[in-house]
Design a protein around this ligand. Sequence first.
Ligand code: PHE
Length: 465
Amino acid sequence: MNENRNSFKGSIGFVLAAAGSAVGLGNIWRFPYLAAKDGGGLFLVIYIVLALTFGFTLLTTEIAIGRKTKQSPLTAYSKLKSKWKPLGIIACIVPIMIFPYYVTIGGWVLKYLLVYITGNGHAAAQDGYFSGFIGQTAEPIIMMLVFTIIVAFIIFRGVNSGIESSSKIIMPLLIVLVLGVSVYSLTISYTDIDGTTRTGLQGLGAYVIPNMKGITVKQFCTVLMDAMGQLFYSLSVAMGIMIAYGSYVSDDANLGKSINQIELFDTIVAFLAGVMIIPAVFVFMGRDGMTASGPSLMFVSLPKVFDSMGFAGNVIGAIFFAMVFFAALTSAVSIMEAIVSSFMDEFKLNRNKATAIETVIGIAVAVIVCLGYNKLLFDIKLPNGVHAQVLDIMDYVSNNVLMPIVSIGTCILIGWILKPKTVIDEVEKTGIKMGRKGLYTVMVKWVAPILLFLLLLKSLGILTI
Ligand code: PHE
């Protein structure tokens, strides 16, 4: 039945494509900020423990569902259990919502890349530059269009010649760029007007040394929830991506090994993003500078840091934004693939048609997202306290509400209805035993759904830690 389904040529291609999805804006603009806010080392330790337990469980479940059903998210859940189709529908709505705003941000990254390549980094460091840019009508839309067309082109080319080949080039390059900037970041130092000198190595200390002094249980819980929310987003689970990619993995591939590699890749890049950013911000802006997150870290604080570096700033800025561009590109590709593969499986469309349809829908909604900072500007306060424009609202609904719901549903389906053995058998299909089986069973039945439920309550503003 599925003879014509595309597949990854090898497990390296699969690992790099899945890591390409996982490594994205979240690794670069959210992880370092959370680590700095949550006492450095403590956050890192909790994050790693969660990655090996909670992250491992969710990732394994989705990839195994994909490979077992050989279906995209929209059709995979109903193939497992026909009554569970609604969960597949929600899992498919999530990427449809995320895609337009992800490509909008991709457009911003492209703009900054061009600014640094053309040597205009000083202008980008001025107050009001970023808000001036996103407040324009035409330019953000043009950048978004260019970014979307690059993504659509990769998807048009298909699983092998598009997704797999581009990941094989981009991901190694990304690692080289991240390592290069990290090493540079550790070598810098700066002396204030009042004579205090701060070095990159001191900044590294502020990042990795656990700050446990007087930590309360409540603070510990906050760190735990932050780490879990971040991990969840970072592994690109709960939106069908890993199901779609899993469906392209051949039956003789060693899933357990690939899953460990994907997690390792994602965690190393997140950690190194912190090594790149935290010491540099610390050196030029002191401890207070480290608390900016999201767009303001990337598009406001970092341009000021690059500007303080003098001549090197334009070069480092260009390398940095090239890296962010690649990270965002491979993630956007995976979001689009989850949607396109769903359209192909559900409506029996060919790849070209499905890609064309999603390109049009994605662009139409993304134009509204871009105009959210200009013609459609408004301000709504969300339950988690964030003041929101169109982009923030779509981000909130997809990430904070729908994604935990999809994951809780997936855990209940596998843990209680079909039983964990379904996934374990799929992983062990090649005859290689699955590691951490007992842990997996306890996690998927009990721990993961409970933690996810708490995360959902926190997002809805019902639980305040
Ligand atoms: N995992 C990506 C990151 O960390 C974000 C992402 C979320 C990518 C959802 C695709 C889908 O930035």
